[in-house]
Design a protein around this ligand. Structure first.
Ligand code: GLY
Length: 583
């Protein structure tokens, strides 16, 4: 089947396998995508939006490496996936460099403006004003995406900024056909977006109506902003006209970001947090992401059981997952924050002995109650909002790998665009703990570790991950959107592949579950059997109503010798695509 696909597209530049049924001369749709990964020996790009995947594969085809492809894909997503792809947000990129056998974690998370303060989202009664935290000009942290992507390109790429930005500029300037997914997500967000005149102008037609499937969306102001970046690099965004437009927008509407905040924005290279799971080395994002730390903590707890013998998604298996998740998320509420402001106990939380202690507390026959579980180191001496982060993975034929997750926080961020600059602002300030114990948009609670402070980065759950086998060769790049659920989704991808021997497509398709301590609920997707759910109820678990979907992983798997790549775009959200350079 794969061979015939290659033959079928030999006259076109890419092979794109997508979960979105759009026919184009560059796309081939395989309805079996859900169970078979796409295979390539020339590298691969997997993202939530097929045009952006094509952009990345084009860069690989022209001899670019995985970082060049990732940066081009990241900028293209800012045009074609405006709900999550972004210039006005931030994120994390894990880069594995084959020649140096080194993996770096690039932190380009948003920073709180210098004039931000701990209680800035509290009202006169001392309660959190959620509207202010999520949908006001003050909900935006200083964007890090442009600095982050440029840093990656300067440090580890091989192509010029102009080369990697050109496709995004063309998509914005000439327009692209609106997909079903973009059309419906813009309809869903219409009420919020129409409150902001710039967003209404940029993402809706002149009469305010939404774009229909197949209509062309042109983004002239965004194209001009991208041109300024192409011409001037970092100062094309953090200084000059773009910076003036951002600051003017802030000053018009009570925002906090100043010119000094923009010029002071800094990308930080961190050491990934890595741990051993059944002989594999799992490397993921360290704080200010909670993802890597808590995924390793949960894997350490789960490693003590023979999960394969329990059967995938059996009640016994889900019970162990839920109890591990409950304890990890309890710890998250107390111990995680920006490591430059709070001493995050990474070593303690990822310690195998600590995991053993937590495992021993778990009753294998009965659910515990979250009210009885406290953050564990002390004893020792999913909300309504949509969760529209996005992940992409790139892999080149030299063995370099990129696993990148970035976000505006909610779908379309705060819904506020920068007038004249064409892009949306994040509402990442809501990822801080505005008041101890008060839940954020994902129902997550926190305390002093994640309190608002000037210059601090809000705690994240984004979990870009690269897994290495016993020989040290990279074998998997994955990650997901999903707010608080990201960590457990990525972990289940790893468990499906490592414990249950699934291929990357099967691992993606398998139904997912989630628990985050508070609220004390098990979230689950369709496909967990009714009798399994009944057994879980009898064990004392409180089940939420069925969740329509948990996350959207975009993953690439490889053989140990790095000769073949297997990619799967998650079918849970339309529009995603795997693209291969075939020239
Ligand atoms: N904004 C979601 C996260 O970073 O976890």
């Amino acid at each position: 089947m794969i061979k015939s696909l290659f033959n079928a597209v030999s006259i076109s530049f890419f092979l794109v396998l997508s979960s979105f049924s759009l026919a184009s001369e560059k796309a081939i749709i395989d309805p079996s995508a859900r169970f078979h990964p796409l295979v390539s020996d020339r590298g691969m790009v997997v993202s939530q939006e097929m045009l952006a995947s094509q952009v990345g594969a084009d860069i690989l085809a022209r001899g670019g490496n995985a970082v060049d492809a990732a940066v081009a894909t990241g900028f293209a997503l800012a045009v074609t996936l405006p709900r999550a792809g972004n210039l006005g947000g931030g994120g994390f990129m894990l880069v594995h460099l084959a020649a140096e056998n080194k993996t770096v974690a690039i932190d380009y998370r948003e920073m709180a403006p210098a004039s931000a303060s701990r209680d800035m989202f509290l009202d006169a009664e001392g309660d959190v004003d959620n509207k202010k935290a999520r949908y006001s000009m003050q909900s935006s942290g200083v964007p890090g995406t442009v600095a982050g992507l440029l840093h990656a390109l300067d440090s580890y790429g091989t192509m010029s900024l102009k080369q990697v930005l050109q496709p995004a500029i063309e998509l914005a300037a000439n327009g692209f056909k609106v997909s079903m997914d973009l059309s419906s997500s813009l309809q869903a967000r219409q009420q919020t977006m129409h409150k902001n005149p710039a967003s209404k102008e940029y993402f809706y037609k002149a009469d305010g109506a939404g774009y229909e499937y197949g209509e062309t969306l042109v983004q002239k102001h965004l194209a001009a902003t991208l041109q300024r970046i192409a011409k001037k690099g970092r100062s094309g965004f953090y200084q000059g006209k773009t910076a003036q437009l951002i600051v003017a927008e802030m000053q018009r509407s009570g925002g906090l970001i100043s010119h000094k905040d923009l010029t002071s924005y800094r990308v930080i290279e961190r050491t990934p947090v890595c741990g051993d799971y059944r002989g594999n080395s799992v490397c993921a994002m360290p704080p200010p992401s909670s993802g890597g730390v808590h995924m390793l903590q949960m894997l350490n707890i789960l490693e003590g059981w023979d999960l394969a013998s329990l059967g995938h998604n059996s009640a016994a298996y889900i019970h162990r997952l839920v109890e591990s998740m409950r304890r990890a998320y309890a710890d998250r509420s107390s111990y995680l924050g920006d490591p430059d402001y709070f001493p995050v106990p990474v070593a303690e939380l990822t310690d195998k002995q600590y995991a053993t202690e937590l495992r021993e507390q778990i009753n294998l026959a009965k659910s515990s109650r979250s009210a009885d579980i406290r953050p564990g180191l002390d004893n020792r001496s999913a909300g309504k909002e949509s969760t529209e982060t996005t992940h992409f993975s790139t892999w080149d034929r030299w063995g370099n790998v990129v696993s990148n997750t970035y976000t505006l926080n909610f779908s379309y961020g705060s819904g506020i665009s920068v007038t004249g600059a064409g892009f949306l602002l994040n509402n990442e300030m809501d990822d801080f703990s505005a008041k101890p114990g008060s839940p954020n948009g994902y129902g997550l609670v926190g305390g002093i570790a994640n309190a608002i402070e000037p210059g601090k980065r809000p705690l994240s759950s984004m979990t870009p991950t690269i897994v290495f086998d016993k020989s040290g060769a990279p074998i998997l790049a994955t990650g997901s959107p999903g707010g608080s659920t990201i960590i457990t989704i990525v972990m289940q991808m790893l468990l499906n592949i490592i414990d249950f021997d699934m291929n990357v497509a099967e691992a993606t398709a398998a139904p997912r579950i989630h628990h985050q301590w508070l609220p004390d609920r098990v979230f689950y997707e369709a496909g967990v059997s009714a009798d399994t759910l009944q057994v879980l109820r009898e064990m004392g678990h409180q089940l939420n109503d069925k969740t329509s979907r948990l996350g959207a992983t975009q993953s690439i798997q490889s053989d140990s010798d790095g000769a073949m790549f297997y990619g799967t775009a998650d079918y849970r959200r339309e529009g995603s695509g795997v693209a291969i350079p075939i020239k």
